[in-house]
Design a protein around this ligand. Structure first.
Ligand code: PLP
Length: 396
């Protein structure tokens, strides 16, 4: 999903605009700006692209998740259900608001299993956070049904899936709120950046204020603005936003290149009877950022991952062993340290996660995900496809 492969004069021009007027801050300094409001422009473009009323651009995907949760009133002692397979940021963002992340099993979509979500709901549950890992999505219709029934917020972590869709809607726009990351390895990048999208006017208004110290952004004098509630600094800089504007314009092109390369690799792997693919919910369209597939068991998957590397097939991930993406390596998040202290009831809330997730382990133990690059020539992809088939055939 590397948007960083496609830098060009478009990004240069946008960044140059900012350097020319010298205003790196998104608010204020109107007389110097020469009409350039890059963060605002990125918000307008993103809202239009995602077909939502509001987009709030922030400094990272982690910031986006934190701002989204806080803006919807999630806070101290509330429980938020999230999957065992994600990036640690989903967990960190929930904790940052004072809420308790409650881990929940995934299924063959590699995202939240709706039945497991329903079983994890308690009187403290306030939100469900599906994470659309590796370019594909959760069964959002089932999750929405559960959320409606229990009056829970549905918040999509779409950081890895911008450009995909579900039921005809862009991923991130189906739930009450959706979040994107524009970090240096995501499908489109600002260097560092992120966004919250929503159709809810109140959440959007809260996000606007909360991400900038609680500023109400009324009038032209920042020093004189009032502050209805606490906030922090999750602002994006104009330089980063400028890159995002150019990147967002390329999104459809990037996705079409990913789809083309993904399809070639997938057709090749589909000829191997022992390989099956991650399931994509009905009406879902992937962003094709990764090709994820299952081997018959953990042992074979480990061997397959090793042999792919030995055959020169780079950028294939065995997430089951990964420090950052799977709950098994997250002891540091579950237990307070001398530096990071949690309140006693947060500690006891977190203890709920200290259990085995055999259903998740069974899927992740068999999964390999290969990054799809956009810069490959057709020959390179075809060569890669034959190498993959050859590598897998050697151990199956
Ligand atoms: C990258 C990512 C984030 C965090 O985004 P940053 O911009 O790096 O803070 C959150 N969730 C998922 C699933 C991600 O992949």
């Amino acid at each position: 999903m590397p948007g960083f492969e496609l830098f060009g004069n478009e990004e240069r021009k946008e960044v140059q605009d900012v350097l020319d007027n010298g205003v790196l801050m998104r608010y204020g300094f109107d007389p110097m700006r020469n009409g350039h409001h890059k963060a605002l422009e990125l918000e307008q473009d993103l809202a239009a692209k995602m077909k939502v009323k509001h987009a709030q651009v922030v400094s990272s995907g982690t910031a986006a998740l934190t701002v989204a949760l806080a803006s919807a009133g999630i806070g101290y002692g509330d429980e938020v259900i999230m999957p065992t397979f994600t990036f640690v940021a989903s967990f960190e963002a929930i904790l940052a608001t004072g809420a308790i992340p409650v881990l929940c099993d995934i299924d063959d979509t590699l995202t939240l299993n709706p039945a497991a979500v329903e079983a994890a709901i308690t009187s403290k549950t306030k939100a469900v956070m599906p994470v659309h890992m590796c370019g594909s999505m959760a069964d959002l219709a089932s999750l929405k049904h559960i959320c409606d029934k229990h009056q829970l917020l549905l918040l999509e972590d779409a950081c890895q899936a911008i450009g995909g869709s579900y039921a005809g809607k862009p991923l991130g726009s189906y739930g009450d709120l959706g979040c994107f990351s524009f970090d240096f390895v995501k499908t489109i990048t600002c260097g560092e950046g992120g966004a919250v999208i929503t159709n809810n006017d109140t959440y959007a208004d809260h996000a606007h204020k909360y991400h900038d110290h609680g500023h109400d952004h009324i009038g032209n004098d920042r020093g004189a603005e009032s502050h209805p509630f606490l906030g922090y600094n999750y602002r994006i800089s104009e330089l980063n936003a400028a890159v995002g504007i150019a990147q967002l314009r390329k999104l459809d092109h990037t996705i079409s290149l990913q789809q083309k390369n993904y399809s070639i690799l997938r057709s090749a792997l589909a000829t191997i009877p022992e390989v099956s693919f991650r399931s994509v919910p009905d009406t879902g369209v992937e962003s094709y950022a990764f090709l994820s597939f299952f081997l018959p068991d953990e042992n074979i998957a480990r061997k397959a991952h090793k042999t792919l590397g030995e055959h020169g097939v780079d950028a294939c991930f065995y997430w089951y062993d990964n420090n950052w993406h799977y709950y098994k390596k997250w002891e540091h998040l579950l237990t307070p340290s001398s530096l990071i202290k949690y309140a006693d009831d947060i500690v006891s809330g977190l203890q709920r996660n200290n259990k085995a997730f055999p259903a998740s382990d069974a899927w992740m133990g068999r999964t390999i995900s290969c990054l799809i690059k956009v810069g490959w020539s057709e020959n390179e992809v075809k060569e890669r496809a034959s190498k993959m088939v050859e590598a897998l055939a050697s151990i199956l």
